[in-house]
Structures are given as C-alpha cells and as structure tokens.
Design a protein around this ligand. Structure first.
Ligand code: C2E
Ligand code: MG
Ligand code: MG
Ligand code: MG
Length: 284
C-alpha cells in the first residue's frame, strides 16, 4: 500500500504492479540499473532526545529517484527482500550511512548516531558480519555512531544463532534497536536474552495517543518494560506537540517524526545540525 508523505511527491504504483512474475522481474531489473546509475539516495530523519532536547541522531531511509519521480521504499523494499537484491542495496545504504556519520563528526558537528534499517534477509545472510566490518573499516566511522535497526522477524527464526550474531555486532561497538516494536510476534523472553540497546515503538501505537486508552496503556507499558530491562525507547511517527508532551510525561527517551524532522537529503540534515549547534530553535 503506497502512502504519500506531504512534502514529498511519490509515485503511487498501480496496486496490480509487482504481482505477476513478469512485473517483479521488470522491477528487479530496474532496481539493479538504478543502483548502478546512482538513482538511489539515502535520506535522513532527525531523532530528538527528550532529555536534553538535542538531535541525538538520524534514521537513514532509502529513496529511489525513478525518472524524476520518487518511489517509496514501501513499494520496492519488499520486492528487493524477496529477490535478494536487498543484500546489495542494504550494503550500499550501510556504507552511505557510515560515510555520512563520519563526515558529520569530521565537520565538528558532534557525534550524531545514524540508524540503519537491516532487513531479515540481510541479517540472516552468511556475509552480514563481513559486510558490517567492511563498512566500518572503509569509512573509518566511530562504530558508536552507528545503530542497526532490526525487526522481530529477523531474529525469531533461529534465536540462538541470532543471539550470537547480536553479541558479535555489539562487540564491534554498534548499538542495536528493535524496529516497529509491538507489530511482530515478540516473545518477551528474548528481550531479556538479546543484547539490545533500544526499542522503537511502532507508529501505529503513537497515532492514537491520547485518544485510545488501549494504545496509551501499551505505550506506557512498553516504556516501563524497556527501562526495567535497561533499554532506551524511541517513539516513531510523532506528529504533534500533544503526543510529544504525553511521551515526555511517560519518560520516553527519544522521539522521531514529522513534528521535528521529515526524512531529508543529507545536506538538509547537515543544516539541522549546524542550526542546532548555533543554539537556534531547529526545525526541518
Ligand atoms: P521504518 O524503518 O519504520 O521507518 C520509519 C518510516 O516512518 C519511514 O517511512 C518514515 O518516513 C516514516 N515516518 C517517520 N515519521 C513519521 C511521521 O511522523 N508520520 C508518518 N506518517 N510517517 C513517518 P519510509 O521512509 O517510507 O520507509 C518505510 C519503511 O521502509 C521503513 O520503515 C523501513 O522498514 C523500510 N526502509 C526504508 N529504508 C530502508 C533501508 O535502507 N533498508 C531497509 N531494509 N529497509 C528500509
Ligand atoms: Mg526503521
Ligand atoms: Mg520503524
Ligand atoms: Mg514503523
């Protein structure tokens, strides 16, 4: 299902698109060409720390410029995942994100953390650790500036193997977050066993904040649960001042959403950091 974000003009692909084998092959071929031609771009969305009010970092979100139109990742990530192209695409995003994080540090803009989405197929690929090490080494980024966002689905297939890989990633100095928390089939016992740093509460729970007792309870409970396990919490999709105030009163650590920052090109994210450091009220 395509969704249009105000301020970004996305192509809404026909709902039938990508359904037949032929359509899929066609999309895959175009994605591969786009990767070779440099038609993908990494956008960055600011994440604000509710404790000190500053920009904690950014989430890296891929965009596809397809002949002047922008295609939403919701349209092509699932297909890239299905075809396996996500492994190359994801590795490219990771390199870009590491390079950008390093560039910000080198420019004297602090040490913003860049969060990178890792799909199940990437996480479970035998070369994943090698890819991550290579991205850190070739860019020279401080690993403390990189956070990997994985989903519940990535780690549940083979929990034991996942646990050891998560430990290996932590040993490299990276932070680990569970993305879209609450939407997968989470077993609470793994939260204790997995060496995580953060839970990202899915936007679907934030949308009705203040209007749905059920969602309010879930969000509050997730924040308490996370804190009792020593994890930080990011709320996704925060669009209003009221949502932010509620989240702050519940001790949520970080907010991400259109209220403070839309996903934007690296140059715009840089401006946000520069403005912030001048002590001016920042908005993007
Ligand atoms: P996600 O990782 O949960 O990313 C958050 C999504 O919520 C982004 O959608 C972001 O633009 C959107 N969002 C953030 N704040 C708000 C808000 O206040 N309101 C609304 N309505 N939306 C908000 P986007 O960029 O379209 O990405 C969609 C999904 O595609 C991501 O969800 C992620 O699962 C996937 N994705 C994006 N980039 C990558 C990538 O480089 N690699 C992989 N594997 N997946 C990616
Ligand atoms: Mg994410
Ligand atoms: Mg998310
Ligand atoms: Mg989400």
């Amino acid at each position: 299902q395509a969704h249009a974000e105000p301020g970004n003009s996305y192509v809404i692909y026909d709902a039938r698109m990508g359904n037949t084998q032929r359509d899929k092959l066609h999309m895959e071929t175009r994605m591969l060409k786009a990767l070779e031609h440099g038609d993908f771009e990494v956008y960055y969305q600011g994440q604000r720390d509710l404790r000190d009010g500053g920009i904690k970092g950014f989430e890296a979100l891929i965009r596809w410029h397809d002949n002047g139109k922008m295609v939403s990742p919701a349209q092509f990530i699932p297909l890239a995942e299905e075809s396996g192209l996500i492994v190359r695409l994801g590795s490219w995003v990771l390199h870009q994100a590491c390079r950008q994080a390093k560039a910000w540090a080198d420019a004297g803009l602090g040490r913003p953390v860049v969060a990178v989405n890792i799909s199940p197929r990437q996480f479970n690929h035998p070369d994943f650790m090698t890819t991550v090490r290579a991205a850190l080494q070739t860019t020279g980024v401080d690993p403390a500036q990189i956070e990997l966002e994985i989903t519940e689905g990535s780690v549940m297939d083979d929990a034991e193997a996942s646990i050891s890989q998560l430990h290996a990633l932590r040993a490299l100095g990276l932070a680990l977050a569970i993305d879209d928390f609450g939407t997968g089939y989470a077993s609470l016992s793994y939260l204790r066993r997995f060496p995580l740093n953060r839970l990202k509460v899915d936007r679907s729970f934030i949308m009705q904040l203040g209007n749905s007792e059920g969602d309010d309870t879930i969000v509050r409970t997730v924040i308490e649960l996370a804190h009792s396990l020593g994890l930080s919490v990011t709320a996704e999709g925060v669009e209003t001042v009221a949502q932010e105030a509620t989240l702050r009163s519940w001790d949520c650590d970080v907010v991400q959403g259109f209220l403070h920052s839309r996903p934007s090109p690296a140059a715009v994210a840089t401006d946000l950091l520069v403005t912030e450091r001048k002590g001016m009220p920042a908005a993007a």
